[in-house]
Write a protein that binds this ligand. Sequence first.
Ligand code: GTP
Ligand code: MN
Ligand code: MN
Length: 622
Amino acid sequence: MSISVEVPTPTSHSDLAAWVTRIAELTQPDRIEWCDGSEAEWTRLTNLLVEQGTFTRLAKRPNSFYAASDPSDVARVEDRTFICSEREEDAGPTNNWIAPDEMRRTFATLFKGCMRGRTMYVVPFCMGPLGGNISQLGVEITDSPYVVVSMRIMTRMGEDALRLIEERGAARKARESEARANEGRGKHDHEHGDFVKAVHSVGAPLAPGQADVPWPCSQTKYISHFPETREIWSYGSGYGGNALLGKKCYALRIASVMARDEGWLAEHMLILKLTPPQGEARYVAAAFPSACGKTNLAMLQPTIPGWKVETIGDDIAWMRFGPDGRLYAINPEAGFFGVAPGTGRSTNANAIETLWGNSIFTNVALTDDGDVWWEGLTDEPPAHLIDWKGRDWTPDSPEPAAHPNARFTTPAEQCPTIAPEWQDPAGVPISAILFGGRRATAVPLVTESFGWQHGVFLGANVASEKTAAAEGKVGELRRDPFAMLPFCGYNMGDYFAHWLEIGRMTDPEKLPRIYYVNWFRKDANGRFLWPGFGENSRVLKWIVDRLNGVADAVPTPIGNLPASLDTEGLDIAPEDMELLLSVDPEVWREEAALIPPHFETFGDHMPKELWDEYRALVQRLG
Ligand code: GTP
Ligand code: MN
Ligand code: MN
């Protein structure tokens, strides 16, 4: 194949130059641009997006934009997400699998000429602080300027990342020639290349003279991952989770495979810093399924006097053992891609403060004076809006003004509670890991695991209820182990085994303690028993006090529960509090009965230790 335009390759990294040329020959763009991540580039591309009608500049927020997607392209497409491992078994029972050869054949046709009439952007990026040991490099090729400007917020993108890729390449070459000189002594470590290759197209080529639409996309969609070669290919969608390939595709699906192979963890977790009135700061990571409160907890404003919460990350954590044997976490991202609806001053004031400028708002509503609005931003909606589908909207309109999955894309450094060490390349030492989901029934406000293996058992059983059932009755559960079900790049049975293995890699005393929390328990009338949000600081306080050995716990069949919780100044009925901290053995026997069918899904890959934990639970329940 050849291409009629010149393919610029302004890099000393020969693999990168060759790959960019290959993709250009396949996709046939009209122009090719290497992105440097500069202010000037941002200005040029955002102006272009305004001109094309993708962006509306917001009069009320400096340097910020409103975008409305095609109504069919509003979320991650799990049924079009594929793990293309060599063996089907390695993708596991919870991932869609297509054989890599077959997938590559499909893509050879699908991507052929798919960037005609468009510009191909080459976007080098770094996940994690530039130059950090835990950080990783990638290059995304995309035909969407919306993706480029979003990547500039969400990752360290441009010139600096490209230099790091080139340095890695040069260092590898030096090692290889030395190894050759020593005739094979000292093996080289480059089998996966110096960066992850990610190709994205909206899948909407333009014929000569054909007008573009504000949000090009295709009805055919593939979000495909090749774990062995550490490649990502995404076709047909412009939505963040499908198109910003540094995020879910790389930082979770591909990174989880790297983490398995290299003895670390890539997790769907927020990271926060908690400082008590006296005493040392602690770092906590927490995994909750999507829309279960990670961004909220990461930016929490404590209601208990003297306690301080600061933010390190709100969605993804990479954790590695440090030289002292403790687990250190970094936030691989540079921005927040958060759910807008429900975010307001009363629920997450720090998120609202973060959004003052330099932000992109997708599928929210537009106000008459050039600002954005969504359900939950203010108590009273404005009298008139343009909704996310571009229609006039008033409070009498039957549909919400913003799409329920409308998102903001905003720089993390603008968060008023961002911790000073959030960019520390060495990461922060994690003292506690929290799991949780939406459970109207059964699950107490907080439970402490008996140890690492029991904690892994709790993580493997993370679930949310599909329907809000009444207290005393276990509802239909959607299991989402470790909140990683949509994001694990390999067999989840093996993933559980990897977590158990991590627990054997250091002194047990140095491992984070594991907790299970539930902000979502309801009474018989369907009312939340726990006020949540800032009041969750009371639970964090108990956890820190436990770590410091100054809080009591009551052992129960499912784990240790607080002997008491600080409820000073909290308006909650004693019987509600009692229910929140209770374990009903009858309900829990039903709950336990739901575990074997879940575990059996993973067949031989299910670690025996977790079956042991299940049997121990049943025994304790009597
Ligand atoms: P992703 O970004 O998609 O991974 O999800 P997330 O885990 O960051 O979810 P997010 O913080 O955006 O979840 C928001 C939803 O959870 C909103 O509907 C909030 O109102 C609700 N929520 C968050 N914290 C609490 C809480 O403590 N109590 C209650 N009742 N609801 C909460
Ligand atoms: Mn998420
Ligand atoms: Mn979030």
